[in-house]
Ligand binder design. Structure first.
Ligand SMILES: [Zn+2]
Ligand SMILES: [Zn+2]
Length: 444
């Protein structure tokens, strides 16, 4: 039975709130001082705002010095020097703008793994004369960013294309879960209120807005208001206030269906990888939902990339500290094939080792073999809820603290694979018995 994986499952107990994550002030190259910018957005009824000056962090302490008119002010900056621009949203520190944006995104996520704060969005990919401020190869190579600007207001008056839905569809069709954002990138009053994100927020706070954005519980807009999103099996119904046309768009940008109406109901075809809805209203008003991804039991993939479910696992090594774990130590131990817990499954694709951990402190080893057709670079994606160390071919490639709960793909990094079999070993610290397991997949 196919099911739809989408972020609009739980639209209760909160409210829709509109916000912009990309605006500049005189702290960098904007024309207005921060207070004027804040006043302008507040006057227009925005619920949240992030001042994103180039490589300058605007944090809670700075916001406290201005009158924010009750808006939720998100700390952040635009990582700009040395390479394509990224928004660092909910930032609690400045990340060094290294030329390798892959590295920068990994740093953002490493900090987030410790503090629980901060995520990356790729900005205006279609800016500049070749329409590739950020190319599709870069977007494919980088991992660990949660979204991209599919609309950037200021590009309407610069070279390139403000809409980057072409690259978005390519990523979605390739199995990437990337949320689409619309932002102003305002540098002057004329660029204010061009594009925004309307999020279903359960708690009117920075954490509440950030939670909604990270989950993808929002839609991007330049003027069309979506009033209701309901899903019944494979049927999706979108209601808007002011759309004149709505299209259901599937892989790879193809139009599956369209209506000239403010409401659309559509059965998502089971052979689609995903469907997303794009609305047009008067003038250039638009809105975009996030993707509804088709999942088929047994296909066991998130849009094309398979989670690794073949593992050899050891019993809990109760006396072992994670710092003392090693491939050598693992080599002498007995391991058995991992068997999914059919009675109490957590998620498909989640390697649940609670039956090994039994709520006791210690370390569980998980080992698998990844076959590569060539010497090449791959991206390893992980989710884990206890501290972990990861080795590839006996070389340590990651060591990090746990964070609850395990979120698929919350860690991603590039590493070299050799042609043939590659041995991947994970040591999962049970975090005093609280850990449950891991997610793991590889993308080439
Ligand atoms: Zn920029
Ligand atoms: Zn900008």
């Amino acid at each position: 039975m196919p099911t739809l994986d989408h972020p609009y499952r739980d639209l209760t107990g909160g409210a829709w709130m509109r916000g912009n994550l990309h605006t500049h002030t005189t702290q960098s190259d904007g024309r207005c001082v921060p207070q004027q910018v804040i006043d302008d957005y507040a006057r227009r009824g925005y619920g949240f705002l992030m001042i994103s000056d180039h490589d300058i962090l605007t944090d809670a302490a700075k916001y406290a010095t201005w009158n924010t008119h009750g808006m939720v002010m998100i700390p952040g900056n635009e990582i700009s020097a040395n390479g394509p621009h990224l928004l660092h949203v909910d930032a609690d520190c400045l990340i060094d703008p290294a030329p390798s944006r892959s590295h920068v995104i990994n740093e953002i996520n490493a900090v987030a793994a410790q503090s629980g704060r901060g995520f990356a969005i790729v900005n205006h990919p279609d800016w500049q004369e070749k329409f590739d401020h950020c190319s599709i190869s870069e977007l494919r190579l980088w991992a660990g960013y949660i979204g991209m600007e599919i609309y950037n207001g200021v590009i309407t008056i610069l070279d390139g294309n403000p809409y980057a839905t072409n690259k978005w569809d390519m990523l979605l069709a390739g199995g990437r879960r990337v949320w689409g954002f619309a932002n102003d990138d305002s540098h002057a009053p004329a660029h204010v209120e061009l594009g925004w994100n309307t999020a279903y927020v359960k708690d009117r706070s920075v954490a509440g807005v950030v939670e909604a954005l990270k989950q993808g519980r929002f839609y991007a807009s330049t003027g069309v208001t979506i009033t209701s999103i309901t899903v019944d099996g494979m049927k999706v119904r979108i209601e808007t206030e002011n759309a004149r046309r709505i299209a259901a768009i599937r892989d790879i940008g193809r139009r599956h269906a369209q209506v000239d109406d403010r409401v659309m109901e559509v059965e998502v075809p089971r052979d689609a990888k995903y469907v997303r809805f794009q609305c047009w209203g008067d003038g250039e008003k638009m809105a975009w939902t996030q993707p509804f991804v088709v999942r088929i039991e047994g296909r066991n993939e998130v849009g094309g990339s398979r989670y690794i479910t073949q593992w050899q696992v050891t019993n809990l090594v109760e006396s072992l500290k994670l710092t003392e774990a090693s491939p050598k130590h693992f080599a002498g131990r007995q391991a058995q094939p991992w068997i999914p817990n059919k009675d109490n499954p957590v998620y498909a694709d989640f390697i649940d080792v609670r039956s090994m951990i039994r709520e006791q402190p210690g370390v569980v080893y998980l080992a698998t073999t990844i076959r590569s057709e060539a010497d090449r670079m791959g991206t390893l994606f992980f989710g884990y809820d206890g501290p972990v160390r990861i080795w590839l071919n006996d070389k340590e490639v990651f060591h990090g603290p746990g964070h609850n709960p395990a979120i698929a793909d919350s860690l991603a990094f590039h590493t070299d694979f050799r042609k043939g079999d590659n041995q991947l070993l994970v040591a999962l610290d049970s975090n005093f018995g609280k850990a449950w397991g891991i997610f793991c997949r590889v993308e080439w």
